[in-house]
Design a protein around this ligand. Structure first.
Ligand code: ADP
Ligand code: MG
Length: 257
């Protein structure tokens, strides 16, 4: 099982939308996916139309109450399981920060899954801050997938998250973290600036950047309010096609690596 963190310390860049819809499209391709919602705001959980529940998040595992297998739930989507989020996860930022081993807690909690053979990929939807949950997620992950918005301020956040990778590697907690990819989101072909941003990011990061670009689409924004993934809400629409292409590209990258 490969653990893939979807992270960017900026909010509103498409992390949750990507975590949710990439997970659903990978599952449709037959990959066995565990989506882990690590954001206390629980947008990935509610975006799948799943209720939050006390004790249903990774939190009780992080404080040693439950084992990770106790909080995994199947979903209506074949091949897609989830560990939900709940507001209770916000407590980690304070409680774990005081623990000496906070950087490695998520890694250690997920360790049994690495050997269980139940999942091909765990996809971690990270919160938008450089706090304990996000750094812990990176310390637990094999790969980092960074969504960035096709706008000028998207670039600013990118250099910051890219700089964190060597820091995590040098911490000793996770020497093998790599940047799996950068995915450009909310592309709007009517705006010249968005094409310019895509070009700039490709110039600097070359092949790390996904060929697939996610368009800005009203349907993608609407789907979570119906508790649906984009392939359920608007099958065949632009957003669906984009996330299906992203999943295909993701799987091709992993087959070749
Ligand atoms: P993050 O998890 O990085 O904070 P989200 O995935 O929640 O970002 O996206 C922020 C907002 O933008 C949400 O309301 C979401 O529905 C919307 N959104 C995300 N991607 C797109 C897109 N490609 N087109 C239109 N709206 C989008
Ligand atoms: Mg989010």
């Amino acid at each position: 099982m490969r653990i893939v963190a979807i992270a960017n310390q900026k909010g509103g860049v498409g992390k949750t939308t990507t975590a949710l819809n990439l997970s659903a499209c990978l599952a449709a391709e037959g990959a066995r996916i565990l989506l882990i919602d690590l954001d206390p705001q629980a947008n990935a959980t509610s975006g799948l139309g799943i209720a939050q529940e006390d004790g249903g998040s990774l939190y009780p595992c992080l404080i040693g109450q439950y084992s990770v297998t106790d909080v995994i739930r199947s979903t209506r989507i074949p091949n897609l399981s989830i560990i939900r989020s709940h507001q209770e996860l916000a407590g980690c930022e304070i409680e774990l920060a005081q623990a000496g081993d906070h950087l490695t807690r998520i890694r250690d909690v997920l360790a049994p899954l690495k050997t269980s053979g139940h999942f091909d990929y765990a996809i971690l939807d990270c919160p938008p801050s450089l706090g304990v949950l996000m750094t812990g997620a990176l310390a637990a992950s094999d790969e980092l997938l960074i969504p960035i918005q096709c706008e000028y301020f998207g670039l600013e956040g990118l250099s910051k998250i890219v700089q964190i990778v060597p820091q995590i590697c040098e911490s000793g907690a996770n020497p093998n973290l790599t940047i799996e990819g950068i995915v450009m989101t909310m592309f709007d072909s009517r705006m010249n600036l968005t094409q310019q941003v895509v070009n700039d990011v490709r110039t600097v990061f070359t092949d790390v950047v996904y060929q697939t670009v996610i368009p800005r689409s009203i349907r993608l924004g609407e789907a979570p309010s119906f508790g649906k993934t984009i392939v359920e809400y608007d099958p065949g629409g632009r957003g669906s096609l984009a996330y299906q292409a992203l999943a295909t590209e993701f799987l091709t990258r992993h087959r070749n690596s």
